[in-house]
Structures are given as C-alpha cells and as structure tokens.
Ligand binder design. Sequence first.
Ligand code: KIV
Length: 271
Amino acid sequence: MSVHSEIKKITTETLRNMKFSKERITMLTAYDFTTAKMVDAGGVDAILVGDSAANVMAGHETTLPITLDQMIYHTQCVVRGVERALVVADLPFGTYQSNPEKALESAVRMMKEGGAHAIKIEGGEEIADSIKKIVNAGIPVMGHLGLTPQSIYQFGSYKVRAKEDAEAEKLIADAKLLEELGCFSLVLEKIPAILAKKVTESISIPTIGIGAGADCDGQVLVYHDMVGMNKGFKPKFLRQYLDLYTEITGAVAQYVADVKTADFPNEKESY
Ligand code: KIV
C-alpha cells in the first residue's frame, strides 16, 4: 500500500462531523506549494487559499485587485503541496456578485483549473442566488460573514463588525440562510465573541472564526501573520507563533556579511 493511500483526506463531511463531535477545526491560509506542504504536514484540517494573497503575496492594500486567474494560479500551487487538508479557495471580488451565472462560471473554473476542493465567498442574503446556483452544481461553498474585506470601501475601516443590534440580527439571519442554501461551513470574521457563540449554537454547519472568540467550531489565521512575517501587523485577535521577519532578515544580513567577507563559500562548500 502506498503512503498516499494511508492518508485520510479531510472532506466537507469530516468538518461537519467535527462540529458534532466537538473537535475544533483548524485552518490556515497558504498561497504556494512549499508553504502548503508545511502547513499540511503540521496537521491543519483545512487550507484556505485566501484572497489575502492580494495583501501578503502581491503587496496590495486591499483584497480587491486580485484576479480569478491569479487566484487559480495560487490554488494550483497549493493543491500540489497538499496530501490531507481540505483546500478551500476564495473567489475574488467581482467574480460572483453580479449574477448567479457568472458566479457559477467562476466557481467551476476554480474547481476545474485550480483544483480546489471547495470555494469561499463573502456575503449573505445579497448573494443568495449565486450560492444556490453554485451549490446546485455540486460545488461545496464556505460562507463568510462579519468583516468581509471585499466590502472594505463600503465599511470604511477594518473595525469589529456587528456590535450594534441591527447588524448582529442581520448576521444571524444571514448565517441561517447560508445554512439553508447548503453552505457546508461559515467563516465569521471580527465580530463580538458573544455573537459568534450565538451564531455557532444556532446553526448545524461549522463556524470558523478569525477575531470571533473561542466559541466558534474552528479557527483560521493568515499564515504570514501567525508566523510573524508581516512586521507590525499585530491585531488583538492574532497569536504570533514565530518572529520570522526578524529570523529571516537576520539570516539574510548574515549571508550578506559572509559573502562580503569571503567567508562564504568555504572549501567544504566548493567543488
Ligand atoms: O482571505 C483570507 O485570508 C480570508 C481569511 C481572513 C478568513 O478570507
């Protein structure tokens, strides 16, 4: 039996069952082959090819500029590095909001060309018809409510969402609707912990939180933030496990010094 056939792949059903058995779900982002391999080897249940690639890979200020072709490229790279985790890919801004046909076309491209196992889209009631169309085509959909970065110009800031009753009530109604429409899971971003708990308890699909407290069924972080590559980005919700910015710049500085002083390469490092 090959090593590959021994690995039990995570599916959307696995995540649903984890909610029922109260096993927390872990998700991290990845955008390239090498990182995806490490993140998968570390044992996460799901890898998100997030449109945060626009920020951490391409240096854009918002997630809006990244294109479907670029997201498909990142997804292809990630899928090649993953043996176990469920790979969920974001549909980028402008590829699903205008009409359900376009949404389905974008989702199909992401599955067919990108090799994703599921797609994620931002929003509630406004995109219900698109979600229905994609789900009906047999494509698993992860929802995303709360702070939805593709709407940043409408929000005006990255502050915590749904602190007021009206927005909180809409969020709960949207979460229930996403479940009804057939979403298999739901990201809750930057909302009060008490609201995330209420949503988590009122739906049967798993919630995955980022800045949404401890009572979600799982947690997601942007890889570059949790390993400390994104210098200076330290929101309250982030736990930084490494300080790779310092480690890497230190290593580069040492390499520069070694070459300048002719310490590298030495005899052992030469043919
Ligand atoms: O694009 C992304 O990284 C995301 C997460 C923040 C959930 O959507």
